[in-house]
Design a protein around this ligand. Sequence first.
Ligand code: ZN
Length: 475
Amino acid sequence: MKKARKVLYTLILILCCINLSLAQEKISDLLRSNTIQLKEVESYMKSNNIAPLSCEEDHEHGSDVGNLRKGQAFGPSLKPIHAIYVFNVYFHILNDNNGYREVPITEDDILEAVSILNKSFNSFNIFFKYKGFGSINNTWRSVVYLGGNRTFNQLVEYTKGINKYRSDSFNIFIASSIRRSQYDQTRIAGVANKPGINSVIDDEYLLTSTLPHEIGHNFNLFHTHHNWNKNNCELVRYNDFVEDTPPSVAYSAEDLSGGCSSELNEVRNKCGIEIRRVPSSNFMSSNVMPCRSLDNALFTEGQGKRMKLSIQQEISPLYMSIQNSVESLYEPYQGNYDKVVIDESDESENHNGNFKFQKGFDYEFVDCDDINEVEESFTKDETPNIHPPYTAIKILQISKDKAFKCHIPVENEEERERTVINFGTIISNNYTVYKIKYESSKEKEFYKKIPVGYNLIKSKNKEGQMVQKMIYKSQ
Ligand SMILES: [Zn+2]
């Protein structure tokens, strides 16, 4: 009887373990079969109680006391604290040799990723400009290992070797999986150079809080529990070298009492510091759902300050080469201004140049002359697909007062049409409306075509405003 019970318990235990790994595996199955979308991964984890994978940072600084001063503070900055930083971002999709990958990635997914980065970093005046994506078809490279062969840094070097690396952008690699080593196949959600401009992310985690987390490492942020386990009490006290993140430890969902209250079940003590709470909704804390999700995760002001000082003091020599202008954010990532056709005879929106602007911002398309007059607006989750002629663009996250890039369509030489209202020789309620075709370069030809008498001519001037003029044509 006793033995039977033991067998039963063992069986239940095994089933539980299988269940847990099944849940992990299931996400990729669901993504493969298109049952869930990448942006639904977090909510799927939440509702199915799946613990997300952890992350590894690839340190260059700050791992010992000698680097303490460097990590702690960077001194006053000469650059204005309100400076706006725009960084290019480029994505590498890692595929099998034949171009196949189990979890499909679309451009929409990648634009969603750029939008997530902007939403997470914009409050610190750090912006991201989408520069596109490319594929690397190499089965051997599509899985990244922390140790041994096929490491992340080797992948970066390989990408440089085949001329696919982008030295003008953050390089974000999307891998089919990241594992500790050939011998320890434990999966990891992401790895980032710290500081640096390269990171790799497990494809399932592309649209989760892991993405801003990795870029946080790129901007020189540590985990909030970074120094917790160090023997040196000075390091333990400095923690992650950020003033407003409380001393923390690594933890799992079971360690938290009452969901995301951030309170620990068990008080930890080290170097005389009592840890009762952890910043469970911080992007740089342990990944525990639903506490660290895109819905509620954030960086603190102190982390924002550390990131900006790291950029200003060029903690990574590469930050400079991947910056772009503020104006670049006002350029569509798709579309052609030369293809815009203005047709005065048609009031419908047939003047589209196939524009697409990256989402993640609040846009207003305003009158070029009166920038308080809004003609079209789009919210953060919408992709603006027009740039109405004679409007300029406001991105409210950058400035509520400044509008850039007034769109004045190029006049083309095609045949066009003006509305002419002819009254004859006396201006009265009797009139006839004509639509008269003309070529913009041949104004004289137009006047030859209009009827005798008083004519009210309606046309658009170069600024796009409707203007009317009355002319009298004699016999
Ligand atoms: Zn990390």
